[in-house]
Design a protein around this ligand. Sequence first.
Ligand SMILES: *[C@@H]1O[C@H](CO)[C@@H](O)[C@H](O)[C@H]1NC(C)=O
Ligand SMILES: *[C@@H]1O[C@H](CO)[C@@H](O)[C@H](O)[C@H]1NC(C)=O
Ligand SMILES: *[C@@H]1O[C@H](CO)[C@@H](O)[C@H](O)[C@H]1NC(C)=O
Ligand SMILES: *[C@@H]1O[C@H](CO)[C@@H](O)[C@H](O)[C@H]1NC(C)=O
Length: 517
Amino acid sequence: MLEACCTVFLFFFCYQVASAEVHREGHYVAAVYEHRPILSPNPATLTDRRSALELMSRNLYIYEEQVIAAAKQGAQIIVFPEDGIHGFNFTRESIYPYLEFVPCPQSVKWNPCREPHLFSDTEVLQQLSCMALRSKMFLVANIGAKQPCEYNDPLCPPDGRYQFNTDVVFNANGTLVARYRKQNLYFEYAFNTPPEVDYVLFDTPFAGKFGVFTCFDILFYEPAVSLVKEYNVKQVVYPTAWMNQLPLLSAVEFQQAFATAFNINVLAANIHHPALGMTGSGIYTPLKSFIYHDMESHDGKLIVAEISVMTPEHEPQLESNARPRKSIEYPHNNFASLHIDDQVCNKKEQKAHCWVAEKEDKEAPLIFYREMMYDNFTLVPVRGTKGELQVCANTLCCYLSYQRPTISDELYALGVFDGLHTVHGTYYVQVCALVKCGGLSYSTCGQEVTDATALIDFELGGNFSTSYIFPLLLMSGINLDFTDHLGWKNNYYFMSKSGLSSGLVTAALYGRWYERD
Ligand SMILES: *[C@@H]1O[C@H](CO)[C@@H](O)[C@H](O)[C@H]1NC(C)=O
Ligand SMILES: *[C@@H]1O[C@H](CO)[C@@H](O)[C@H](O)[C@H]1NC(C)=O
Ligand SMILES: *[C@@H]1O[C@H](CO)[C@@H](O)[C@H](O)[C@H]1NC(C)=O
Ligand SMILES: *[C@@H]1O[C@H](CO)[C@@H](O)[C@H](O)[C@H]1NC(C)=O
């Protein structure tokens, strides 16, 4: 009896000493690291295991520094990016020396740091496990995995092994607790798609369950949406190696949209490689985000933040918090009366004052087509200090009601796309987007823009055929803002915002119609 009490007492005492901070009830401290990887100069060339380990150790050395730095700030979980240890641009053969054997954590309880000799070719796993153990935090990292298969397995590749893009999760004791094999590969010829979809969850003592998926997975139903809808996941760890594409698919923009759309927390770690357009990591909650996006810096970045626990039972103060959720009185029935100047400004006159003159025009608005992110968008210009616009394509009609105090020397347009996206992946999207154009001529709409000054109050909506709609709100300098209202009103899904924090780059409703892929 006495002994038990002492144990309890000692355990409590140790805990107090070991943890850098006392954690607030219902909260935890998360960390993500945007890593600038040390890459193999010749990824397509064959090398040996020793050289592969040498290169990977250099990245792991940086990981260890970050784990220690995160521990000092009280982090209980840290997430590292996809491809952060081995790099990218390998062939199936050339990546082989970088691959490790990752046993199924459900079949074998294994602590690679404490039992290093249980499996061969697991040096990276051992180091990751030791980092988790030493710093007493959950650790999520991405590695390449190999798994022998039988020739009588009809899916077994001819070389007798599977190669998977794999996330591994260690608990605070260094035990391997989860393994996720990426489902939606992005032209990664070194890797195989797993024979069946991995739905991976892991449990933590500080925040309950987390789901796991990787990079391109965020655009597809399996497993990302399944985890949320069928498995009730409220928190996600998300290693990624994401190449930004404006105006709709920059990393931080879409990561936040996923957290907002599903009302979940997302811990997202991206690669830092500005030359390839890779930057953008963050810790996202439905109400607040802590992000990093930097195209100039050459350095990685550790983000540490204390956030609320999200569980299916416990949704912290969402209704009572800053974001009002009153219903929206839209759409107006009078979209026929569009305030559009029917005079096309010629190139010489394309200045702000040209748009000031508004006049009632019952005729068709000035519609034009531009390629935006390889899709043929139908657009109308946004002119004057206020107005209402409508533009349709296929079965999707988008509406915009807007107001701005002054007209800046910038051109905006409302665009719609309802169709199958076919470049760099095939997926069906329905999009309503208010975008800032690259210049003052219509041909510049859809270009990549990062800065803006216009403060536009707006309501943007559309009669979407899917319920999976990701709200994007990107501000000048790749900053984020949150919508005031979001939701369905009859058959229309709307977002609205007034009092923007800085100039508007993109406001969009990005719908995914998964059944149409
Ligand atoms: C990897 O390949 C992409 C496209 O295939 C190329 O643009 C990029 O420069 C390559 N990166 C490295 C680090 O070799
Ligand atoms: C970690 O190890 C300690 C001591 O061996 C044990 O009491 C605890 O349950 C372990 N925690 C987890 C999450 O496995
Ligand atoms: C875009 O769509 C419009 C309307 O369907 C069509 O007239 C135009 O040719 C298309 N543009 C391109 C580049 O495909
Ligand atoms: C959206 O509205 C347009 C115009 O009213 C209509 O033609 C179209 O069928 C609607 N789409 C859906 C999915 O209801």
